[in-house]
Design a protein around this ligand. Structure first.
Ligand SMILES: Nc1ncnc2c1ncn2[C@@H]1O[C@H](COP(=O)(O)OP(=O)(O)OP(=O)(O)O)[C@@H](O)[C@H]1O
Ligand SMILES: O=C(O)[C@@H](O)C(=O)CO
Length: 425
């Protein structure tokens, strides 16, 4: 296997979002959980998205894991490696975007790295280095209340400068609009003046194509699915990947029981849960009881088993921002988050034992905990449920076939859970 593109994603939902975009752009793509084992049977692909759970861990660990993934991809022929971050730039001043970017830049020998979280399809645009989520700047969006990394600054040049050892420049929309050659000249100027990375504006898909064409001339880039789109289109345009080579996974039905788990506390997920209550049984976990011990998980599993034969069920830990803050004050942010993620993993394991073969999970960290517990080594991409969320078919997993959907907290329309289950047959 010779890779045209290697990708390192800092969480599992982000990885499936990127794998979806690359597939839709015509690249044969597989998503793996961590660096694949040598004996994992992978199809012939153009791109591999290695999913890490590195968004919220210590920066030094995130660097170590990302470097190992990069090394693996280079050894499989990847000239370009994309570090996939969240389209809302989820991170803290301690990292992990800056430290990983710095390390990959050094390893690659690139003098300057292009960075953009823009993904216009989902309303993420960057103008003058400021990230917008729909019509509002990042710091006024629901991301200001994120349970793990609340985002209080929309200016990504400033945000990244606080995390990185290098100077961060800006390539603004006016430059992008002039085309790839002008962007290259601008980057040369920044690099000569000691800038090791630049936030690049993007508002339209056409901006991403310009960015992709330039980025492909470098060894490393940092971005969300929009950067993936640009790179994929550039690869196809350059003839390095055959257009339309991607084939969606076969839609052979998997059957079995279906369930949803929600650990995301985003506004979008809260609305989707409220909507799901109209069409399926929904159990709201008591987060305090979850932290107290295993009894709450057992209660939820008993509740689910009584209902799974009749149709899908949804179990949610999700709470409003005020409730999340109160719980975190009592138990600490990381301890509360970790305990709930582990409870979600326990639930997933119990549900699969009870016959669930179709599982929808909401939340990146939550999906990471669930997929790790289920021991699934990789996924092929199927139908698109919503922008950034595909149906995934587990590959290389044990006995039973499984379909999953891993939803980024902020993605999907109000009827997301129904929409997902409708496509996961
Ligand atoms: N009721 C709750 N109170 C406090 N924390 C919670 C609660 N329910 C879930 N959590 C924790 O909040 C975090 C949610 O993060 P997760 O990444 O799963 O969702 P998200 O951030 O909305 O999704 P994404 O990263 O895809 O945008 C997890 O650590 C989860 O365990
Ligand atoms: O880019 C995004 O917004 C998502 O793929 C994601 O990473 C959320 O966890």
């Amino acid at each position: 296997m010779t890779l045209a593109l290697g990708c390192i994603a800092d969480d599992y939902t982000g990885a499936s979002d990127l794998a979806n975009t690359l597939t839709r752009c015509g690249l044969r793509t597989v998503q793996t959980i961590g660096i694949p084992a040598d004996d994992l049977q992978l199809p012939e692909v153009d791109a591999v998205v290695v999913s890490l759970k590195s968004r919220s861990i210590a920066a030094s660990k995130a660097v170590e894991k990302s470097r190992a993934a990069e090394k693996w991809m280079r050894s499989r022929g990847a000239d370009h490696v994309l570090f996939k971050i969240c389209s809302t730039f989820d991170s803290t001043d301690a990292g992990n975007i800056g430290p990983v970017m710095d390390a990959l830049r050094i390893d690659s020998g690139d003098s300057i790295v292009l960075v953009t979280p823009a993904f216009p399809e989902t309303g993420r645009t960057v103008y003058q280095g400021n990230l917008f989520v729909g019509a509002v700047p990042l710091n006024e969006s629901p991301l200001k209340d994120h349970p793990l990394n609340p985002m209080h600054d929309s200016n990504l040049v400033r945000v990244l400068a606080r995390q990185s050892v290098t100077n961060i420049g800006l390539v603004d929309l006016g430059v992008v609009a002039c085309g790839a050659d002008v962007v290259r000249t601008h980057l040369d100027g920044l690099s000569e003046n000691g800038f090791g990375a630049a936030i690049i504006d993007a508002v339209f898909a056409s901006d991403l194509e310009t960015i992709g064409a330039v980025a492909l001339g470098h060894r490393v880039s940092v971005g969300a699915s929009g950067m993936g789109l640009g790179l994929a289109r550039a690869l196809v345009a350059s003839g390095r990947v055959k257009a339309n080579a991607a084939t969606s996974i076969k839609d052979t039905p998997v059957g079995g029981a279906a369930a949803c788990l929600a650990g995301s506390c985003s506004q979008a997920t809260l609305q989707q849960i409220a909507r799901a209550e109209q069409v399926m049984p929904v159990l709201h976990l008591d987060p305090e009881q979850v932290i107290a011990g295993g009894a709450e998980v057992q209660r939820a599993l008993g509740w689910a088993k009584e209902r799974l034969g009749k149709g899908p069920v949804l179990i949610a830990s999700s709470s409003t921002p005020d409730q999340v803050t109160a719980l975190q004050k009592r138990h600490g942010r990381d301890a509360a988050g970790h305990a709930i993620e582990q409870a979600m993993a326990d639930l997933a394991e119990g549900l699969v034992r009870a016959g669930v073969q179709r599982l929808v999970v909401a939340g990146g960290e939550t999906s990471g905990a669930v997929v790790d517990r289920l021991g699934i080594p990789g996924f092929l991409v199927g139908a698109e449920i919503a922008a950034g969320v595909p149906v995934l078919r587990a590959v290389g997993a044990a006995e039973r076939q499984m379909l999953l959907a891993l939803k980024s907290g902020n993605f999907g329309g109000p009827a997301f859970f129904e929409d997902a289950l409708g496509l996961m047959t």
